[in-house]
Design a protein around this ligand. Structure first.
Ligand SMILES: [Zn+2]
Length: 300
């Protein structure tokens, strides 16, 4: 009897240790896919900016990033990444997306600007040195109703017809509006939701949209409420990610040069909380989910 009690106490102590496990887990060490990378003009500067190709490549390598969605204002930055033999030699796969912006003004008018629509068609026809463009975006909608702008509607239909993914920085209401433009009403379009609702859409609403649109993916940079103590996932986000371990991806969102300067720290932050997840879920969010979107092999 005594012996049995000692065993039970031992089990209780183990269970407690199990409860504290995420905070003490080792960081994830596998490959990362950066599904939200910009190589904008102020970083690249046609090779003369503060972050020329060898600089950003070094940061990706030190962070263990093996694949990127590249999209840049202007698209020249993406073409430079796609054409770089150094990037290829480093074993980093570039998945190019067409950016909708020539300059900052385009952020607030692209959804009704026919010249943006033509630019996207021209870029798609041109392709990149790394192959055809695989997606459109990132685009922003600061008001949900602008999801009904004529160019936003056309580009959603184009994405579905040509099987291009979409990277969209929008709120939850705009997800429904954008999806409604497609022939499948959002059932077959691959939309990567940048920041998974940067305004803080509740977890329940995110879960509802994931259920409604089977190919919707959530990208997790700048997501409010994602991490808590010690940089680990907050409980409600941990639950959501474990309920849908195949629906989330990571991103750096290097929209300003400061994000390049903290690139390795950002990726280390992801590795910290990934380490608190079961290894299959961590691997999915870190690499497999994005790789599956674009049919990429697993890096050696
Ligand atoms: Zn961005």
């Amino acid at each position: 009897m005594m012996r049995r009690r000692a065993l039970l106490q031992g089990a209780g102590a183990l269970a407690l240790a199990g409860g504290a496990w995420p905070a003490r887990a080792a960081a994830y060490t596998g490959p990362l896919f950066d599904a939200h990378l910009h190589y904008n003009d102020e970083a690249w500067g046609q090779g003369a900016g503060p972050h020329p190709l060898p600089d950003v490549l070094g940061r990706m390598q030190r962070a263990g990033v093996r694949g990127i969605i590249a999209n840049s204002r202007t698209n020249d930055g993406t073409h430079a990444l796609a054409a770089s033999s150094q990037v290829r030699a480093a074993g980093i796969t570039v998945v190019p997306f067409v950016r909708l912006y020539r300059n900052r003004d385009d952020y607030s008018s692209w959804f009704r600007d026919e010249s943006i629509h033509r630019m996207v068609l021209d870029e798609l026809a041109r392709g990149t040195a790394a192959g055809p463009f695989r997606g459109i975006g990132e685009f922003h909608l600061y008001e949900s109703a602008n999801a009904n702008g004529p160019v936003a509607a056309s580009l959603m239909r184009l994405a579905e017809e040509r099987q291009l993914a979409v990277l969209a920085h929008v709120d939850d209401a705009a997800i429904d509006l954008l999806m409604a433009h497609t022939a499948s009403r959002g059932q077959s379009v691959r939309l990567v939701w940048a920041h998974t609702g940067i305004g803080g859409s509740p977890v329940e609403r995110v879960a509802q949209l994931l259920a409604r649109y089977p190919r919707l993916m959530g990208e997790l940079s700048y997501r409010p409420g994602l991490t808590c103590d010690g940089g680990m996932l907050c409980p409600e986000w941990r639950r959501l990610l474990l309920q849908h371990p195949d629906r989330f991806v990571l991103g750096s969102d290097t929209w300003i040069n400061a994000r390049w300067q903290s690139y390795e720290a950002l990726m280390a932050g992801y590795r910290t909380w990934l380490g608190g997840l079961p290894s299959e879920a961590a691997r999915g969010i870190a690499w497999d989910n994005a790789a599956r979107l674009f049919g990429l092999p697993t890096p050696a």
